[in-house]
Design a protein around this ligand. Sequence first.
Ligand code: GDP
Ligand code: MN
Length: 391
Amino acid sequence: MKIHEYQAKDIFGKSGIPVPNGQVVASSDEATKVCQIINGPPWVVKAQVHAGGRGKGGGVKVVHYPYEVVTAAESLLGKALVTPQTGSEGVKVHQVLIEEGVDIDREFYLGMVINRAKARPAMIFSQAGGMTIEEVASQTPELIWTEYVEPTAGWMPHQGRNLVYRLDPLPSPGAIRQLMAAMASIYKVFRTLDCSLVEVNPLVITASGRVLALDAKINIDDNSLFRQKEILRLDDSSEKDPLELMAEKYNLNYIRLGGNIGAMVNGAGLAMATMDVIKLAGAEPANFLDVGGGASEEMITKGFEIILQDKRVKAILINIFGGILRCDVLARGVLKAAENVHIEVPLIVRLEGTNVEEGRKILEESNLDFLVARDLAEAAGLVAKQVNKVD
Ligand code: GDP
Ligand code: MN
């Protein structure tokens, strides 16, 4: 789960990681009021969206007059922001963060992730702050320094020294202390909130020698949301794809992809294999949809409805290996969804497993128009042929 920068900075502030004074607003009226409370000039107006690279996309504006704060807020609010991390259609900005501007002396990168190979949290620090860390990692990996945390010991002060004392030139003793304190606090946030990522880019030393987190990104491990109730309240559903949101509501594993073949499959492994075979047949999947082993008739109905609502879909492949999910339940779910929506694209069905005869019979006796495939390769071939015919 992702949260917004202003929410992450609120958590930072409460955890002893200094952040600039700021307030989030959703309208230009609020912006007018807020720029009188926040110290400036300069002020920084930042689009609050679940995507990075906002600086490059014009989503971060440094301004010098109160009226500019308002015009900057107006120019962002309600508009789509395109950054290197969004698609070409961008993401709509509903809120902007107004902050007091900071005089930056030095910029660093500081982040924490889980290193799966080492099965430990990794603190990543770099002198090359403010830049895309992926680029730094591929072009100048020697500028990135890492410390792994032994979970039973936790973050140790010497690890902070290992990172900070590699800086050249060395910051002032006061700044060194603040950087080390920030690292210890980042680890604490990472642990207590079950994060998959905590990232500060840039972490800066200001002209007056203060260490401040100018940006903040926190991702929470979805598997821990059952015990992170406070965090769950920060969830902003306006940032999500409406079809993905609907899938989430019905416990379906659905991810939108770039192609035009809608696929409904049970089991993540089979779903991935199905996508591979679709590609092998010369077509592209429009989605990943795993309805899961124990899918109910309602889940099948909703899953099928989601695919039907995706206007890019030119053909649909249902590939079900009935185990715990019985083929007759699948067939009834599909028919129910088809009652409400007229299916205008070719439908290819491949069913195997528990109650397969009954499932096939239900489909055959309906007035649903579909093609039957005996195996996965045939199914993918049929579905690819359908879209290539349409194109
Ligand atoms: P991102 O591009 O989405 O990662 O957004 P950031 O929050 O990192 O902002 C982008 C860039 O704006 C930063 O790398 C800084 O260089 C700049 N920036 C942000 N806040 C301030 C500020 O208070 N003063 C100055 N001078 N620059 C800032
Ligand atoms: Mn940033």
